[in-house]
Every structure is written in C-alpha cells, then in structure tokens.
Design a protein around this ligand. Structure first.
Ligand code: KG4
Ligand code: ZN
Length: 336
C-alpha cells in the first residue's frame, strides 16, 4: 500500500511517501531557525509557515519518491495532539488533496506515529515492546501491545523532557532548540557539579520536570550572570544528567514490570547521546534488545505518520470532509 502522509503538529512541515514498511521519501522543512529568537515555538508563526511551505513539501515528497498523487492509495495526516492552528494546515491540505483525487483519508494520532516509527524498515520491530517517547511536547511510556494502539503506562505530570531542555537552554543563554545546545555545552562540563531535585518518589511511572526547571531558575539567579557563564558547561552537564536519569529510571521500572520483546526510544530527545548510552546499558543489564531508529525518524516526520496509518482504518471519500483536528492527547488507554 502506497501512502502519502502529512505532519504539521508543531514547527516542522513534513510529508512522506511510503510503500508498506519502506520509506520512499521523507521530507522535513524545519522552522527551528524562525523560532530561535523567541526561545521556543510561536504557534501563530508556525501555522503561517506551514501554510507557506506545505504544498512545496508535499510536491518534494512525491518527486523524491518518484511517484504521482494519482498512484498513492490513501492520504494519511496527523489529526492531533499538537498546536491546533498548525494541525489544521496539514489536515486541510490532506482533506483537499484526498477529496480532489477521490482518495481515502487516514487520520493518525501523533503519538501513535512516534511509536509506529519502529515498524519501518530496516528491521521493523514487532510488538509487544516498550517505547519511551520524549519530545518537546510529550513524555510518555507507551506499551505497544499491537500495531494499532498503545497503552500509556506513564506520562509527564507537567513539562515534557524536551521542554525542560528548551527552557533550561534559554536560562543558560544557549539558544533553541535547547536539547542539542545543552548536549553540546555539557560535553565540557562535570555532570556531578550541581545537584538538582529529582521528582522520583512513589509516583509510579509518571514523570515531572517542572521542579528541575525551577531549581535552575533559582540557581542561575543565585550565581549571577558572570558565574553562570563561567559554570555554564557544569550547569548544562548536571541539568542534562538529571533529566536523563529520570527518563532512564522510569524506563527501567516499566521494562522490569512488563513482558516486552524490546525497548525503543522515540521523539526528539531520543537523539540525546547520554540517553541513548544509558538506555543501552539498561537494556544490556535486562537482556532486552534496544531499538534505536535513525534520528530523522525520532524527531517529527511524516514517514512515522504513514507507518501508523497502515494499521488504522481508512475513511472513504467524502466522509472525512467535516473532520476536525484536536489539540490535546486522546490517543490511548490510560493504565489503571
Ligand atoms: O520530536 P520533536 O522533534 O518535536 C516535538 O514533537 O516536540 O522533539 C523536539 C524536542 C525539543 O525539545 C528538543 O530540544 C529536543 O527534542 N531534542 C533534544 C536533542 N535533540 C532534540 N533533547 C536532548 N538532546 C538532544 N540531542
Ligand atoms: Zn513529536
């Protein structure tokens, strides 16, 4: 089944063409540079740029795959969760393309997309597996028992892990996106130099990042601008160590609790080297394979949306014309 997929839930304008588990093209136009001066994504700016870019990105995906829209079997699109204005650009584009060509539409949940990145070639992963999805908007432990859904085993109670990186980087004057900036700065730092609070407690598999961020606010204030700048590498390394430690501790708990065939990482934070290394050590200790998809399939992309769409129901023309996007998470069954 050949699919064209569109993803515009945040600040990347993405389109891809897949044939079963094979990625024929995967185009991402990042707006990161546009949002840099604001230290984060500005929803209105993101929507406007999606509008300007989406047709060109779809055309590039079709050309890159050596195919025409007439040849695709259905059009897949992210329906939510995400920034509502941004989502609506992708959804309207997908509906218009599908309707014009009398194709079926497949609406996809963004988080299911992150999990489904693991079903793509090379080496598609078979459920049941445990997937840690950590991005700028989400942090959750997904139990993938089958191809079409997942169980939320734990999620963040406040900020997402990527958001903690982004806000921390802004406090340290390190630019946006914050994750790669903190990772670079941390290379020259001592991860034990500063202690940050870790909200581990008895809260099962949920995450919390607002305390770490607040601690950094006070630390930076107490140190003052000069000492903050001098200790920037140590601050970045300690901050990164704390965020990653919580991700890995909860991942370990969930991995031990369930009967999984493998552990996988998804979302932009999965690009973090320290997280990858610590997850690898954990999996070695547990005797479980660790599945790491390429970075371009971890961060937001449309190939993962096409991958999820293979296992979701198709909506025939014209039943999808009044479909709406949704901003908040409604993707999965919450574990008891
Ligand atoms: O999945 P993604 O591209 O978009 C969202 O759905 O949010 O994730 C972006 C997030 C940003 O918060 C960014 O700072 C973080 O992923 N990120 C990283 C790294 N690369 C990107 N965080 C830590 N280390 C990295 N190397
Ligand atoms: Zn995402």
């Amino acid at each position: 089944m050949k699919l064209l997929a569109i993803e515009t839930s945040c600040d990347d304008t993405c389109a891809a063409v897949t044939d079963g588990p094979r990625v024929l093209s995967n185009v991402v136009s990042s707006q990161a540079a546009l949002h840099e001066e604001f230290g984060g994504v500005v929803p209105e700016v993101a929507s406007r740029h999606h509008l300007e870019l989406v047709n060109a990105v779809v055309a590039a995906a079709l050309t890159g795959a050596g195919t025409r829209i007439e040849e695709v079997d259905a059009i897949a699109v992210t329906r939510g969760p995400g920034l509502i204005g941004a989502l609506l650009v992708g959804l309207s584009t997908a509906k218009a393309l599908a309707a014009a060509h009398r194709k079926p539409l497949i609406p996809v949940d963004h988080l299911q997309g992150h999990v489904a990145a693991n079903f793509l070639e090379p080496e598609p992963l078979e459920p049941p597996f445990l997937c840690l999805v950590a991005s700028g908007g989400h942090t959750l432990l997904a139990g993938a028992h089958d191809h079409s859904s997942f169980e939320t085993l734990g999620a963040t109670l406040d900020d997402a892990a990527g958001e903690a990186f982004d806000k921390g980087a802004r406090l340290l004057g390190l630019g946006y996106p914050g994750g790669p900036a903190i990772e670079r700065a941390a290379r020259d730092g001592n991860p034990e130099a500063f202690e940050f609070p870790v909200a581990m407690s008895e809260r099962g598999l949920d995450f919390s990042y607002s305390g770490i961020k607040t601690a950094l606010v006070y630390l930076v204030r107490d140190l003052g601008p000069e000492r903050t700048e001098r200790r920037r590498a140590d601050l970045a390394a300690s901050y990164q160590r704390t965020i990653v430690a919580q991700l890995v501790a909860k991942l370990a708990r969930a991995a031990r609790d369930g009967d999984w065939r493998a552990v996988a990482l998804g979302g932009g934070v999965a690009a973090n080297t320290e997280l990858r290394e610590r997850a690898a050590s954990l999996c070695e200790e547990l005797g479980l394979p660790l599945k790491l998809v390429p970075i371009e399939l971890c961060t937001d992309n449309a190939a993962m949306i096409a991958s999820a769409a293979r296992f979701q129901g198709q909506i025939p023309y014209p039943d999808y014309l009044d479909f709406d996007a949704f901003a908040t998470d409604r993707s999965s069954v919450r574990a008891a």
